[in-house]
Design a protein around this ligand. Structure first.
Ligand code: 13P
Ligand code: SF4
Length: 301
């Protein structure tokens, strides 16, 4: 019997890659799909921490990452030994970690969150009287502290793509466009940008916001996130003017270099069994990382 190969693609991959996938989604949707799909092999057209999460949730399946270089700056900027010491310093706090983290990092967390459920999970913890520390995304943590009046100590790593958005270029670029305008942004962006946004949310959240848009038909919607999602927004609402949020004049650089390593050739090779096999995590490492992920999945059901 031939092996069942399932290909997953994140919204930030190029349109041609999304068209090769059985399922396209954000981090939370892809994690759930990876857990429940009856696959012998999962090809994960995303980045390494996503492929690792798929393996942790579905250890029976062989998980292949198309390109060994597909990392994430939130992972590479986090030294796990230093993180363990930081966690120890706040031993009486609940450690909430963003899913953009290595398996070792996840094993040091009490809860994993994605950008889709982070607001609700942290609100739930505060409602129970817990004190919370948040890692690794400093921008997302700063936004949560600002938005809800929390005082969470934050780890300090950033997404190198979203961190490039800045208030001045944004205001300048938006001022150059006539008519009504809106800004929607991913919470990995810097706080001054998020304060200007009409909506802050995950990639799926932004997509839903665009899908439901019913204000001025001639409005321009600026999107502060990776440009892959503009493809999905265009498919959902071809009638709207949707534009990348400017980083600086003429810059088309809202691209994640790691997501874009998922080329057609690399994904095809992975579908044929070549690529990086996620087979280096020990059962103990996977068990330790699975606990806080499962806590999140149970909460989000
Ligand atoms: P989502 O959780 O919105 O899919 O985002 C993942 C990511 O890597 C954002 O840069
Ligand atoms: Fe990591 Fe940023 Fe790329 Fe997302 S866009 S995978 S956070 S580097």
């Amino acid at each position: 019997m031939s092996k069942r190969v399932v290909t997953l693609a994140h919204y930030y991959t190029a349109p041609a890659i999304q068209q090769m996938a059985d399922k396209v989604g954000d981090s939370l949707e892809l994690s759930l799909y990876a857990k429940e799909c009856q696959a012998d092999t999962i090809v994960f057209a995303g980045v390494r921490f996503m492929a690792e999460t798929a393996k942790i949730l579905n250890p029976q399946a062989e998980v292949i990452l198309p390109d060994a270089g597909s990392t994430c700056s939130l992972v590479t900027q986090t030294d796990v030994k230093r993180l363990a010491a930081w966690r120890q310093k706040y031993a009486d706090h609940v450690h909430v970690a963003y899913i953009n983290s290595s398996a070792e990092h996840k094993a040091l967390a009490d809860w994993i969150v994605t950008s889709r459920n982070v607001d609700d999970i942290i609100a739930h913890l505060y409602a129970q009287g817990e004190r919370v520390i948040f890692s690794p995304d400093r921008n997302m943590g700063a936004y949560l502290n600002y938005q809800y009046g929390y005082d969470m100590p934050l780890w300090s790593a950033v997404c190198e793509v979203h961190d490039r958005f800045n208030e001045n270029s944004l205001l300048e670029g938006m001022a150059a466009v006539d008519g009504p305008k809106y800004l929607i942004a991913h919470p990995e962006s810097p706080l001054p940008v998020l304060k200007r946004a009409d909506y802050v949310g995950s990639t799926s959240g932004m997509l839903d916001w665009v899908r439901r848009f019913d204000r001025e038909p001639d409005a321009t919607i600026f999107v502060a996130t990776e440009d892959g999602i503009l493809y999905n927004m265009g498919l959902a609402r071809p009638d709207l003017k949707i534009s990348q949020a400017p980083i600086y004049a003429g810059c088309q650089c809202n691209q994640c270099p790691y997501m874009k390593m998922n080329t057609i050739e690399a994904v095809r090779r992975a579908q044929n069994g070549e690529g990086v096999r996620i087979d280096y995590l020990t059962p103990a490492q996977m068990d330790a990382a699975r606990l806080p992920i499962e806590r999140m999945l149970a909460f989000s059901k």
